[in-house]
Ligand binder design. Structure first.
Ligand SMILES: Nc1ncnc2c1ncn2[C@@H]1O[C@H](COP(=O)(O)OP(=O)(O)OP(=O)(O)O)[C@@H](O)[C@H]1O
Ligand SMILES: O=c1ccn([C@@H]2O[C@H](COP(=O)(O)O)[C@@H](O)[C@H]2O)c(=O)[nH]1
Length: 244
């Protein structure tokens, strides 16, 4: 199936994708490989900004289920995304890509605060902007931050690089017979409660007509393939623009 090509994209890297073969934390070889692929995508003419998750280090909801105060746990999760953002920045700069980390929670000694117009300016200058600390608010996730920043930065699409190769009719890690969609509507994702992405992120993309492309970023070369409009992925769109 051939999908449309997108110029300006927001790439959401799930924290889990940064673990590589490990069960926790950051695998330097995996982050380096991803940085190389992101550089290649930029050289192919794509304007890229990134939102990095934190699930490889800390998830607020899981911690609150074990007795942590939810708000504190969510702030810890947001801090985890800053660590991941710095790791990705470091890897990108090692391969010669100019980057800026902008945090939704100001941390003046570490990175810039998130200011939309500054982010836009960085992108105009050809830098890769890495958005850290999610939305800056507890009770959200980095999926919602990705949808929000994609809208704010006028991105043509949100690419979710994760550990599954698309959206399935059930969680493929739990249901062996689950079937993958090539293309699916926002409404179906929401009504069938397909949990590859948060409902709030999906709704935000639906309202702003930002297609979501879900692909497996654990496989080498996949980013280039899906950006070129092929490769294994699922595109989530509004019915009326369905590319399926
Ligand atoms: N219908 C579905 N189709 C595809 N994946 C699904 C579906 N339902 C649940 N999932 C699960 O969604 C997960 C994808 O989300 P991901 O692991 O990237 O989480 P995240 O919260 O975005 O990132 P992080 O790892 O940073 O917490 C996969 O682990 C997959 O098993
Ligand atoms: O806007 C946000 C974004 C994230 N969080 C907290 O961070 C962790 C890690 O993010 P993931 O999206 O799960 O990778 C998340 O579990 C939340 O606890 C937040 O509070 N607000």
């Amino acid at each position: 199936m051939t999908r449309p090509a997108f110029k300006r994209i927001l790439l959401k890297l799930s924290g889990e994708a940064l673990m590589g073969p490990g069960q926790f934390g950051i695998d330097p070889a995996t982050v380096d490989r991803m940085a190389g692929e992101i550089k290649q995508a930029q050289e192919a003419g794509h304007e890229i900004c990134l939102v990095v998750g934190g699930g490889n280090i800390f998830r607020g909801l899981a911690a609150s289920e074990q007795g942590f105060d939810r708000t504190s746990a969510d702030y810890m999760g947001m801090l985890a995304t800053v660590m991941n953002a710095l790791a990705v920045q470091n890897a990108l700069e090692r391969v010669g890509v100019d980057t800026r980390v902008l945090s939704a929670i100001p941390m003046a000694s570490i990175c810039e605060p998130y200011i939309r117009r500054r982010a836009m300016r960085h992108m105009e200058k050809g830098r890769i902007v890495i958005f850290a600390a999610g939305t800056g608010n507890p009770y959200f996730t980095t999926d919602t931050a990705a949808a929000l920043r994609a809208a704010e930065m006028s991105c043509d699409a949100l690419f979710k690089g994760t550990s599954v190769d698309g959206v399935y009719d059930a969680d493929p890690k739990k249901v062996k017979s689950a079937k993958r969609y090539d293309s699916v509507t926002f409404n179906r994702v929401l009504t069938d409660n397909l949990r590859v992405m948060d409902a709030s992120a999906v709704a935000l993309c639906r309202e702003n007509e930002i297609p979501i492309v879900v692909f497996n970023f654990r496989e080498t070369g996949n980013l280039a393939r899906v950006l070129a409009g092929d490769g294994i992925a699922t595109i989530v769109v509004n019915e009326e623009n369905d590319h399926g």
